[in-house]
Design a protein around this ligand. Sequence first.
Ligand SMILES: [Zn+2]
Length: 268
Amino acid sequence: MNQVIEENEQEAWWFIVSQGKLVALDKGELIPFGSINDLPFPEGATVNKRLLGEYNGASCYLVELDDFLDVGLGDYVTLRSLLGRVPDLLFDMSGRALQIALFYKTHQFCGQCGQKMQEIDWEIAMKCYHCQHRAYPRVSPCIIVAIRKHKQILLALHKRHQQSNYPVYTTLAGFTEAGESLEACIEREVFEEVGIKVKNIQYVSSQPWPFPHSLMMGFTADYASGEVCADTHELVEANWYDADNLPIMPKHGTIARKLIEKTLKRCR
Ligand SMILES: [Zn+2]
């Protein structure tokens, strides 16, 4: 028993990142797992590992490499390509790895005085010892809301989805502004995008959305007043849909789909 634990302690998940992509295997859980000695890093490569957290009882490490250095394990892939192909928590950890790698890359110099920043070793932060300014990885709060009117749900086709192979009709979403509560953000975004007022705003759950560093905070709400009029800067169209006559929906595993399913249950 002890031996198994010892062996497990040495094995870890490896998030090998270069220029915004990460190494994925073409089998199993896709993220490389094993002891560092099993990883065929080329001789001379500087392997600087940073602890990200734990998954399934094993440590998760970030390794940043230059120029898509071939580690002989698999190709460098985009995070988006892992969506729905790895377990949710492993996907979130992959997002964390890429966000932290991006954070270190973009915080080499102090935003206040321009001096070189130094890594702090007890938390994930960069500090300027010249002016004491400290920076942390950016997380951008973003609301996402499914709206119900009696037995119908409001779904919109976003301009960014129009040209894709999978033109989904989905919920409304938007970034929280400085000084704004989540509730005020929902009221503002919904009014700006479709011209209606909502009520009964209820929090459901959240999902890190690392493209590049959003935190989606999911809500449901009910229609209160107004006529739907889609803002053509962001939307192609927005309409009320019956539960038995729906357009193309977001994929399972996304918070948008979860909010839609929850709202459809209330519609029926
Ligand atoms: Zn400074």
